[in-house]
Ligand binder design. Structure first.
Ligand code: DAH
Length: 337
């Protein structure tokens, strides 16, 4: 088909379209000029039989003709005041766009991400472990004596004789020690479960972040350094830290760590129950018995570990006074983060 022929089709279309006075007429012209049996489409179909240069030239003309006719149809339809059947015409570009609701991260996810980022920056990798654990990983390998009260059905959700919902993230230590050799520097975030009386301060499921570092000559000073750096990054440079002697089966010596209350600066207020200090984590030097259960020589290696409750930290940071709010999924609560 020649240039002239294509130009002629456009001219005919233009003339016919100008005569239209209803959307239906426009629609039938659309079929006539752009439908499957139209001359323009026939040209486009025939392109495959043409050779290179010609195909390019004719194809371009046919496409331009198609666009022109579409525009003529759309313009005329708009001038008739009806645009319902058109794709391009009749749009009111001044109308506000559709708003799609925007999702957000849960405050616990957000808190975890922020904390992980800080440790990642200090060279820690991230590892995960299963939430359904065996007694061995959750207790035995962590040096809990056979009659330890935490092993009791009263405190722990058992799902089988030897299987349970992990009561802390510490079993990830054992799983990672079994998989590799020191140096190991890991944080392990995740859910933990305890059969506790539900209250504003305790819920049956919660999140922890476990951290541990094993190498030659790791000392308590290394542990302090890392935890102080973490607290200052997360809570602010002015925060003070206090290490209180404590006990955990899997660490010796052990400590519980408090930060100075950032609300009252340590003077005493409702949040810190007038003590000036807030407990945020447990930690210590990994007990030689733990190393023995994974065949690490305690004469060769030493290491530290720590574990923090994420809900507790998020509650302190965002001044939330009831842990259950994290699990109700009340959209009014979640929207605030
Ligand atoms: N697993 C302890 C708990 O759930 C927290 C903890 C304390 C973890 C001391 C540690 C640690 O790694 O060294 O109460």
């Amino acid at each position: 088909m020649s240039d002239d022929k294509i130009a002629q089709i456009v001219a005919e279309a233009r003339a016919e379209i100008a005569q239209c006075n209803s959307a239906d007429q426009i629609e039938s012209l659309r079929v006539k000029y752009l439908g499957r049996k139209s001359a323009v489409v026939a040209v486009l179909r025939g392109l495959k039989d043409l050779d290179g240069e010609q195909r390019k030239a004719v194809g371009q003309q046919a496409n331009e003709a198609k666009e022109q006719i579409e525009l003529l149809l759309a313009d005329h339809l708009q001038s008739l005041g009806g645009a319902k059947s058109s794709q391009n015409a009749g749009l009111d570009y001044t109308l506000p766009g559709k708003r799609y609701p925007e999702g957000k991260l849960h405050p616990i996810t957000r808190t975890l991400n922020e904390i992980i980022d800080i440790f990642y920056g200090m060279g820690f990798e991230v590892a995960l472990g299963p939430e359904v654990e065996t007694e061995y990983y959750n207790f035995g390998a962590l040096n809990f004596p056979p009659d330890h009260p935490a092993r009791d059905m009263q405190d722990t959700f058992y799902v089988g004789k030897d299987t349970l919902l992990r009561t802390h993230t510490s079993p990830v230590q054992i799983r990672e020690f079994e998989k590799r050799k020191p140096p190991i520097r890991i944080v392990a975030p995740g859910r933990s479960y305890r059969q506790e009386a539900i209250s504003a301060r305790a819920y049956c499921v919660f999140h922890q972040l476990e951290g541990f570092y094993v190498d030659h000559d790791v000392t308590f000073a290394d542990l302090k350094g890392v935890l102080v750096a973490f607290a200052q990054t997360y809570f602010g440079d002015d925060v003070k830290m206090r290490f209180r002697p404590s006990f955990f089966p899997f660490t010796e010596p052990s400590a519980e760590v408090d930060i100075s209350c950032f609300l009252c600066g340590g003077k005493g207020c409702r949040i810190c129950k007038h003590e000036g200090w807030l407990e945020i984590l447990g930690c210590g030097m990994i007990d030689p018995n733990v190393f023995k259960s994974v065949n690490y020589d305690p004469e060769v290696y030493s290491g530290y570990a720590f574990g923090m409750g994420i809900e507790r930290i998020a509650m302190l940071k965002y001044r939330i006074d009831d842990i259950r709010l994290f699990f109700n999924n009340d959209i009014r609560f979640l929207r605030q983060f």
